[in-house]
Design a protein around this ligand. Structure first.
Ligand SMILES: Nc1nc2c(ncn2[C@@H]2O[C@H](COP(=O)(O)OP(=O)(O)OP(=O)(O)O)[C@@H](O)[C@H]2O)c(=O)[nH]1
Ligand SMILES: [Mg+2]
Length: 193
């Protein structure tokens, strides 16, 4: 992406990479789509009967596709900074792609569905072990029991220094505020180094 400045000079903005991660069906594709300024690139494939005993659809029975490579979206902050969003696939069998997707990222959002908390443990471990800053965003699905941030923090054993926020991945403003929390957290982490 290139901008033409007032003095007709071309400005190439700084690209900032953010990863949207989390367990299977936690709302990663939904979040990238809700917040991206361009129609997101998606790599959805139909869920088939072969995955019936592998993919836990509890609470998301209406879900009929899954991400098999990545989601990609973009947010232009100004002429100097552009955010690029990379959504990961959620299923264990696509984990080999995560290292590639996380390379160069300033941080990650780990989406959590409180009905299937265990599906997000591996994502939290992934970013902890690599020292990549992350925030935990609880995607408040309709009909799921409402838990407080402290209850989720306790259940997932998340350090006090890591932000835990509630969100609705379908809502643009809500998703934006998750990204703001992540950028603030990443900047604080950088400042402390
Ligand atoms: N009620 C409700 N439904 C949601 C929300 N976010 C996502 N959904 C629905 O939940 C399902 C899962 O959403 P996806 O965005 O595909 O989840 P994902 O994490 O990308 O899934 P995988 O890529 O397969 O791991 C879809 O049917 C969405 O329509 C939410 O905040 N509230
Ligand atoms: Mg997806």
């Amino acid at each position: 992406m290139v901008f033409v400045g007032s003095d007709a000079q071309l400005t190439v903005p700084t690209a900032v990479k953010i990863v949207i991660a989390g367990g299977f069906g936690t709302g990663k594709t939904t979040m990238v789509a809700s917040v991206s300024e361009i129609p997101p690139l998606r790599t959805e494939e139909l869920l088939t009967e072969a995955g019936v005993h592998v993919d836990d659809l509890a609470g998301i029975e209406g879900k009929d596709t899954t991400t098999v490579a990545l989601d990609f979206g973009r947010i232009t902050i100004n002429t100097k900074v552009v955010l690029y969003l990379f959504g990961t696939p959620g299923q264990n069998r696509f984990w080999f792609m995560w290292d590639e997707l996380a390379t160069g990222a300033i941080g990650a959002v780990v989406l959590v569905d409180t009905r299937r908390l265990d599906s997000s443990f591996p994502s939290i471990d992934f970013f902890e072990h690599r020292g990549i800053p992350f925030v935990v965003a609880v995607n408040c699905f309709d009909g799921s029991q409402a838990y407080t941030v402290d209850e989720v923090r306790h259940a997932l054993d998340i350090d006090e220094a890591i932000p835990v926020v509630l969100c609705d991945a379908r809502d643009r403003e809500s998703s934006k505020s998750v990204l703001v929390a992540l950028i603030q957290h990443s900047m604080n982490r950088l400042a402390a180094v």
